[in-house]
Design a protein around this ligand. Sequence first.
Ligand code: GDP
Length: 365
Amino acid sequence: ALKVAIVGLPNVGKSTLFNALTKTAAAQAANYPFCTIEPNTGDVAVPEPRLDALAEIAGSKEIIPSRITFVDIAGLVRGASKGEGLGNQFLANIRDCDAVAFVARCFVDDDITHVENRIDPISDLEIIETELMLADLESLERRRVQMEKRAKGGDKDSQLSLKLVDLALSKLNAGKPARTALPDVSKEDRKAWDMLQLLTSLPALYVANVDEGSADKGNELSDLVAKRAAEDNAKSVVISARIDAELAVLDAEEQAEFLEGLGLSEPGLNRLIREAYALLGLQSYFTVGPKEARAWTIHIGDTAPQAAGVIHTDFEKGFIRAETIAYEDFVALRGEAKAREAGKLRAEGKSYVVKDGDVMNFLFS
Ligand code: GDP
């Protein structure tokens, strides 16, 4: 499953955000550093209003959304790569994630201490990124020695790895995250690059945690975060973790009221999850029937057989064709039967590139 690490300095709002995401009190928010010791993992349904609309039309008994896992990584402070705070073990937990969400404190509250005794989200981001860069540097330098030996001995894989390691090192030594080298990594080399498992090559989402009053438009601090994201080839999103934590415990009707009162169109978490999806180049297609309406996660650009393979590998191997209705057509025509009559149900072959929101039916042998 898709995994996103939540990182950030202590007291920036990670636990609050994580609690909101998972609607549990399991990751206790507390007003002092190092309170969370084990990484907490929470499985979250990807909010998808389109799925509800489809289920209503088809009378589906069950709605099955896509899921995304968030991992709350606490204990990262200045010096973590050298074992400070809760140190190294936490860096290892980031390594098996698909993306990293950096939470930056963009709210001012004198009652809540900041480990660095000041509110400066850019510097918060830099401290964490620096620790990740140092961890990458250390791990690459450690592996490089063996790699060079094998490369000199004529091992082709090691020669390629060595080339990529040196490319990554050139960026890291210049104080830049490894992801800034990605434009120079060819498509063929990408797999070997990913095998280096660099923390700073993971896609990054900067989460500006603002005070309750700035949840709609953000504030001066979150503007700085957005600007920085653009420079770093990262994405950014504004949320108020406090609001989302309150929303998380309300039922749908109460949520709607609460949001309206604040002048918000949706919970910040929905935007956060959507941005995480976009960051990873992901999109959804749907299968819809009387039994269930279900969302499936695929990569942008996946073909129909690849999309079928997400349901079952046999679907991909024995793929014959797909029947497809665009989401808009399905909704406008109120279901499959009418869409078929109107000629909106298309038969598509192996090379069809699935579009976001397609309602799919696969025929396979
Ligand atoms: P973590 O250490 O990064 O996990 O931070 P926490 O989520 O535990 O938050 C630290 C403190 O900041 C808690 O007392 C939260 O209630 C508080 N906090 C989190 N988000 C906000 C916010 O948007 N506004 C204000 N005023 N306080 C917040």
